[in-house]
Design a protein around this ligand. Structure first.
Ligand SMILES: C[S@@+](CC[C@H](N)C(=O)[O-])C[C@H]1O[C@@H](n2cnc3c(N)ncnc32)[C@H](O)[C@@H]1O
Length: 238
């Protein structure tokens, strides 16, 4: 499924990951039907940890000037509430994208305004300065590790393609065998796997944030072309 600017969904059928997308959509559709537009409705335990994730992800953004932001897997749009509370002065043109129509209709109801827009799909229909993705890599809906890692790589590739300056995403950290939970449908990994991918395959610079009190990590990925342009401008200025 690709996003359309009008918010309509384009058929999944011919997409390589079509079945995966529709299974993920069904999973989250059921969550939000049961728990509504609440942290539990997007599989988070509470608003405090949901917000703590946003704090890490937004570290990729330079708040000193206006910017455009894609929120991939925006759920019911909780990041909009966070931005209103914590960054009320910032001028951010926001687009939330989600596979789930049920999520997007809840997000629109709560947060729609000219600079807060939403689309149904698995990839942003526009290129923005930054993209963030909170929680989209975690629930592998029963697929093998190999399939899921191909899927994660495709999502990161899409974020790279639709982000001018940088993007960020979070992952659950791989645990020692003794700690491993019984939940087989959760994807856990190590930072090195995805740092290498973003550096070598996507040509980006990566910073890893860990130790923010949860068993997960966040990657801040800066697009090298943007870094190269910025360094060139600085060298001309000095
Ligand atoms: C764990 S929830 C988090 C929602 C929101 N980011 C938040 O933190 O409140 C993950 C959301 O991502 C959506 N999602 C998962 N994979 C996606 C993808 N590849 N493209 C778009 N949305 C996706 C799901 O439908 C779900 O609403």
């Amino acid at each position: 499924m690709r996003a359309s600017a009008e918010g309509g969904a384009i058929a999944l059928g011919d997409s390589t990951f079509g079945r995966v997308y529709s299974d993920v959509e069904a999973y989250y559709g059921a969550r939000v039907a049961k728990h509504g537009a609440t942290p539990l409705g997007v599989d988070w335990s509470c608003e405090a940890t949901q917000n703590l994730r946003f704090v890490q992800l937004l570290k990729v953004c330079d708040f000193s000037a206006p910017f455009t932001l894609n929120d991939v897997g925006c759920g019911y749009g909780a990041l909009c509430a966070f931005l209103a509370k914590r960054h009320s002065e910032a001028r951010i043109d926001y687009l939330g994208v989600d596979l789930s129509r049920a999520m997007i209709s809840r997000a629109r109801r709560r947060f729609s305004r000219p600079d807060r827009r939403f689309a149904v799909g698995n990839v942003s229909p526009r290129v923005a300065d930054y993209s963030v993705a909170s929680g989209i890599m975690n629930v592998n809906v029963g697929y093998s590790r190999a399939v899921w890692e191909d899927f994660v790589a495709a999502m990161l590739r899409d974020m790279r393609r639709t982000s001018r300056r940088g993007f960020s995403a979070n992952f659950m950290t791989e645990m020692a065998r003794a700690e491993t939970s019984a939940v087989a449908s959760l994807y856990r990994t190590r930072p090195e796997r995805w740092v290498r991918y973003c550096e070598e395959d996507l040509g980006c610079a990566v910073e890893v944030i860990e130790n923010y009190g949860m068993k997960e990590f966040t990657i801040l990925v800066r697009c090298n072309q943007f870094l190269a342009d910025r360094d060139y401008r600085h060298s001309c200025d000095s």
